[in-house]
Ligand binder design. Structure first.
Ligand SMILES: [Mg+2]
Length: 238
């Protein structure tokens, strides 16, 4: 189902290109093009290395990177591992590392993601990477991660739009970014998001496009995704 709709995106890009207009495809990064599980996992392993955490390490030993959902401390809390003091300490340890150039390099592309974005680009789409990662700490690592996972970047028709500051709310940033997407005077063909609220916002902003909701992880208490969103677990075309 997802793959049929992904192929539809490619054919629409070809049609818009052939008509002389600029096709635009908007991609979120975290939990959309990239899985953040390896980043979370690396932070957890580093946390466990501190002296006195041997017993905790034994309790965590059965976990796998894929077990970490939205955040690490909830993953432990749900399994009854640790206590409130430990979860708070872990949360601080995590937030000092998660939003940094260095740690985003742990992320891996979702299955098929790099090939799909490359296919969109080679058919003429402007690739608009739109992420809540912030300027002033994540921009260099983000470019390095895009390149190391073979996403198109240094070849024209690729935009990378990061949040101007860490403090700005992601949803407000993405709402504002719609004006920038429109400024290219192209035709938005598709958007890809893991946060239902953001995907709903793109659906309202560009009703003629195909809007995908990646079924990876999303923030707690997220609003429901509109039934018109196309659910997909990956970017595989077969
Ligand atoms: Mg995301």
């Amino acid at each position: 189902m997802g793959s049929v709709r992904l192929r539809e995106v490619l054919s629409r890009i070809g049609d818009v290109s052939a008509s002389g207009r600029l096709p635009v495809a908007v991609f979120d990064l975290d939990s959309t093009l990239f899985t953040t599980a390896p980043r979370n996992w690396a932070i957890l392993q580093e946390f466990l290395k501190a002296p006195g955490r041997e017993a905790l390490s034994k309790q965590v030993a059965a976990l796998r990177a894929e077990d970490i959902g939205w955040n690490i401390q909830d993953c432990l809390r749900e399994r009854g591992i640790g206590d409130a003091a430990l979860w708070n300490e872990l949360r601080r340890f995590w937030s000092d590392r998660f939003f940094t150039d260095e740690y985003v390099l742990h992320d891996k592309a979702l299955a098929g993601a790099a090939a799909f974005v490359t296919a969109c680009h080679s058919r003429g789409a402007l690739i608009y990477y739109l992420t809540g990662r912030h300027v002033g700490g994540m921009e260099v690592g983000t470019v390095a991660a895009l390149r190391s996972e073979h996403f198109p970047f240094w070849r024209g028709r690729c935009v990378l739009h990061l949040k101007p500051s860490f403090e700005m709310a992601d949803a407000a940033f993405k709402d504002d970014a719609v004006a920038d997407v429109r400024s290219y005077r192209g035709e938005v063909v598709a958007s890809f998001e893991n946060e239902p609220g953001n995907a709903n916002m793109f659906l309202r902003a560009f009703p003629g496009a195909l809007h995908f909701l990646l079924t990876t992880v999303h923030s707690p208490n997220a609003e429901p995704g509109d039934p018109a969103l196309i659910r997909s677990a990956d970017f595989l075309l077969e």
